[in-house]
Design a protein around this ligand. Structure first.
Ligand code: ADP
Ligand code: NI
Length: 214
């Protein structure tokens, strides 16, 4: 079995039973999207594939906030597969710095491989799949779908964002609608345009139906 197949096997095993917005199929979409972006934008294929496949292997929000498990796991696994130390370091750097909630602390000059995997992850957070994932996560957290009196909180710090008990509709304003402007690559920006419009249209319909505005 080659390294990528072994990685897939590990990821499927680790993500068994996770919330369906962060399960193997999310990883598979981000992996495929990363490869599509790579075709247009360049970057090292192996680093991109490994980072895409391993980027959510131990998401802190499903591990009591522990932000160190993922790096340890990835280091252990890739070393056991005799991957070059320099490559391991690059993959871990991407995983540690690509998250939306960590964007305020990320270094300014990011490697192309990170930009690509981050764009792919962000594209999977918007559009029809993004809407579905967001409602699924909100349900998983037992959050309200919407409350007319609870307003979105913009410019939240990392701590506020993590603790946020807001509504699922507010998550559109706190994250999803911001993503289009945060994308790195031209190819991802083009793909995002349609997905962004689709979310705006969805919100429009949502409020019309909520207000029984026929
Ligand atoms: P990251 O891991 O990049 O920091 P998150 O894990 O916060 O980003 O978000 C990943 C996806 O999980 C979001 O795009 C969304 O679909 C869902 N999600 C995260 N937080 C919320 C929330 N408070 N309400 C609804 N969905 C959420
Ligand atoms: Ni992800």
């Amino acid at each position: 079995m080659n390294l990528i197949d072994k990685t897939i096997e590990l990821v499927k095993e680790k993500l068994e039973g996770t919330e369906s917005g962060h399960d193997w199929f999310h990883i598979e979409r981000v992996w495929k999207l990363s490869l599509k972006l790579q075709e247009k934008e360049g970057g090292d294929n192996q680093i991109i594939e490994l980072a895409a496949l391993l980027h959510d292997i131990a998401d802190p929000k499903f591990h009591n906030g522990d932000e160190t498990i993922a790096s340890k796991l990835v280091h252990e696994f890739l070393s056991s597969q005799n991957v070059d130390a320099a490559i391991i370091q690059k993959v871990i750097f991407i995983i540690e710095n690509m998250s939306f909630k960590n964007r305020h602390d990320a270094p300014e000059d990011l490697p192309l491989e990170l930009k690509i995997v981050q764009d792919a992850d962000r594209l999977d957070a918007i559009g029809a799949i993004g809407i579905a994932r967001t409602f699924n996560f909100g349900g998983y957290k037992n959050n309200l779908m919407y409350h007319p009196d609870i307003k979105p909180k913009l410019n939240q710090s990392k701590e506020e964002y993590k603790k946020s008990q807001g509504t699922t509709i507010n998550h559109f304003y706190e994250k999803l609608l911001l993503l289009k402007e945060l994308l790195n690559t031209k190819t991802a920006k083009e793909i995002a345009e349609h997905r962004h419009q689709f979310m705006l249209q969805f919100l429009d319909e949502f409020y019309k139906e909520w207000n029984v505005n026929l």
